[in-house]
Design a protein around this ligand. Structure first.
Ligand SMILES: Cc1cc2nc3c(=O)[nH]c(=O)nc-3n(C[C@H](O)[C@H](O)[C@H](O)COP(=O)(O)OP(=O)(O)OC[C@H]3O[C@@H](n4cnc5c(N)ncnc54)[C@H](O)[C@@H]3O)c2cc1C
Length: 609
């Protein structure tokens, strides 16, 4: 079994992406063009990514005092990805793009994530350029976004600071107007930035001609004070090397310096950096002035104070992207452990007469417990993949549907977005742990790939909003927003699946209806007359229960078309049944503490630990 048939089944048989070809934007596309994109990505991932996954793990990025050195394989992977056109796949033809539906783009990127999740920085570059397409000026788009789409430049997202991770309102990087003529720079209002950005992925390297940092910083008020809270945060383009209005490098280095590389548990193919902005390591002159001075030159994007809003405009795609990366690592571990289980002889079957030591050993895939661990991985990873593609399809609906269906898709997306990020981050990580378990002692060594998958996947519960932050977003905001409309729409979609369930799936349909009802009651009970701190104290168990309910829904929907004796469909039905029998019942325990607003954790005094 390989990934491609699963992707094809989900895209075509389940989500019917061909429907999108009716839309004007996608009218030039066909099954053939979609297949060609998937074929190309599958091939590049197989040739340029997979063979080097271990190499980028063992040969971590190094700093020689001047440059960050990455293996040659990273340069070649990055070049092949850019040449494939995937950086601008969803863009207009006029921008050199393919006007590919986001659903197909997300599916195509899955091959790279499975082959080597950390080798490239394509997702960040595309996210950065897409943000500029949404909020930048025409010239910012031409000079920066276009050159990111064509692979000359790469992009970063600089939000976090040493003292401001989850709490971005505490960002302390300052941006002050650069000279009296700061408003008349053709690239946008020009500022000087000073501050430190922590954890910046792909913050320094030689993979591309230039690096375009998108930086959150605060513009001080008239008294020189930083405005507290998120409202004071603005967004700036800070290129590593200054660029002219023609998109060519001016030859001047901007005042952005690498303070150090972070040495990570996994995901080691991507550099991770502490960057100093404006500390004077590379003093730089403002245009028209010969005097070089400290301070990183940055160009405002959008309006002052709108930085976080601009950044979070891309939130849905960013969370789908992280969820997809976690999912594909889960899938990689599943395939590796399946292969191992099919080949490893160990143990003998237990019969009524005991074990026969004279018989040959069986392959471990014949043991029920190994099958349990394989089915768990399959149910998490394939369920998460279906969920991510379903959310990607809603993004396409939001961008190209009729006004009513676009608005419905927008609302509908809000609720599962924290889940599409957090479910795979938690449960596909658990899948990686089970993949190690299936390998026994061998899984705990570097001779097999599964320990690296686990280490790589461990990041996903931390970045792009930690698990706890996603949980508070879900229970504290998403299920309540616009009078709970998003939640109601999602519940209606689940009810529709329940209503169409075939006779074979009636028990599961009833179980899902019951789970949905439990989630609804727990949501109400959590908030009934409660202070936010009480309601949110058990937000993570709520997220877990909600996530399991959503994935149970996805599985019930998928298996309605997974009929017949084809082994792939037999496998899908087994994974769905596993999820209903072994996983969904867990929600009772999770929701119990939510509904009763259990305060065991919240109340424990610090000195009792
Ligand atoms: C490998 C890697 C790559 C990254 N890449 C980037 C990048 O490219 N750009 C970028 O800007 N950032 C990046 N990050 C930063 C990442 O987004 C942050 O690590 C993350 O937001 C958490 O911030 P923190 O590490 O400061 O942890 P903290 O915010 O200090 O959180 C620590 C713990 O406290 C919990 N916590 C925090 N606040 C609350 C609260 N109010 N209520 C309950 N619990 C709370 C958190 O859930 C977490 O468990 C990256 C991080 C890593 C590790």
């Amino acid at each position: 079994m390989s990934l491609r048939p699963t992707v094809d089944f989900l895209l075509h048989d389940w989500l019917n992406v061909a429907e999108l070809q009716q839309r004007e934007r996608f009218a030039d596309h066909s099954r053939e063009t979609f297949d060609a994109v998937l074929d190309t990505c599958e091939r590049i991932a197989r040739e340029k990514y997979a063979p080097f996954n271990r190499l980028v793990d063992t040969e971590e990025p190094k700093f020689d005092g001047e440059k960050v050195i990455l293996p040659q394989a990273s340069h070649e992977a990055c070049k092949a990805y850019a040449e494939s056109g995937m950086l601008s796949a969803a863009q207009d033809y006029a921008m050199g793009g393919m006007q590919l539906p986001y659903t197909v783009e997300a599916a195509a990127n899955a091959f790279f994530a499975m082959a080597s999740v950390s080798i490239g920085s394509g997702m960040l570059t595309t996210g950065n350029a897409n943000l500029l397409m949404a909020h930048g000026t025409e010239l910012q788009k031409q000079v920066f976004a276009l050159n990111e789409f064509n692979g000359r430049f790469s992009g970063t997202m600089c939000l976090s600071e040493p003292q401001a991770g989850s709490s971005l309102s505490d960002v302390a990087t300052r941006a002050v107007p650069d000279g009296a003529d700061f408003l008349s720079d053709p690239l946008g209002p020009r500022y000087r930035l000073r501050g430190n950005k922590m954890w910046i992925s792909s913050g320094e390297h030689e993979l591309t001609e230039n690096i375009i940092h998108l930086v959150l910083a605060k513009i001080p008020d008239a008294q020189g004070q930083l405005v507290p809270g998120v409202k004071g945060i603005s967004l700036f383009i800070v290129p590593k090397k200054l660029v002219g209005t023609d998109g060519q490098l001016t030859g001047q280095r901007n005042d952005v310096a690498l303070a150090g590389l972070n040495h990570k548990c996994g995901w080691r193919g991507t550099t991770n950096t502490l960057l100093n902005f404006g500390e004077g390591k590379y003093p730089v002159a403002s245009p028209g002035s010969g005097q070089a001075q400290p301070g990183a030159i940055g160009y405002l994007v959008g309006q002052p104070g709108e930085g976080l809003r601009c950044m979070f405009h891309m939130m849905n795609e960013a969370r789908i992207g992280v969820g997809m990366a976690a999912t594909m690592l889960g899938m990689a571990g599943y395939y590796a452990s399946l292969d191992y289980a099919r080949n490893r002889p160990q143990g003998r079957p237990m019969t009524a007469a005991g074990k026969n030591p004279a018989s040959s050993q069986v392959r471990i895939i014949e043991h029920a417990d190994i099958k349990r661990m394989l089915l768990a991985q399959k149910s998490y990873s394939e369920g998460a993949l279906a969920l991510a593609l379903c959310c990607a399809r809603l993004v396409d609906e939001q961008h190209t549907g009729t006004p009513e269906s676009a608005n419905e898709a927008r609302l509908l997306l809000e609720v599962p977005t924290p889940i599409v990020k957090s479910f795979p981050s938690e449960w596909c990580l658990e899948a990686n742990s089970l993949a190690i378990q299936i390998h026994g002692g061998y899984g705990y060594t570097r001779d097999f790939p599964v320990e690296q998958y686990w280490r790589d996947n461990r990041l996903n519960m931390i970045h792009e909003g930690t698990h706890g932050i996603q949980a508070m977003d879900l229970l504290g905001r998403k299920v309540l927003m616009e009078n709970g409309q998003g939640l109601k729409l999602l519940a209606a979609r689940m009810q529709a699946t329940i209503a169409k369930a075939s006779p074979e799936w009636q028990a599961e349909a009833r179980q899902l209806a019951n789970a949905l009802q439990q989630v609804g009651s727990a949501t109400q009970a959590a908030w009934q007359g409660a202070e936010p701190a009480q309601a949110l104290a058990n937000a993570v168990p709520y997220l877990q229960a909600f996530g399991h309910t959503v994935v149970a829904w996805i599985w019930l929907d998928v298996v309605q078309i997974a009929t017949g004796d084809d082994p792939a469909n037999v496998g899908r039905r087994a994974a769905a049944r596993y999820f209903y029998r072994y996983e969904l019942p867990k929600i009772g325990a999770w929701l119990q503490v939510v509904s009763s607003r259990d305060s065991t954790c919240a109340d424990v005094p610090e000195d009792a630990f």
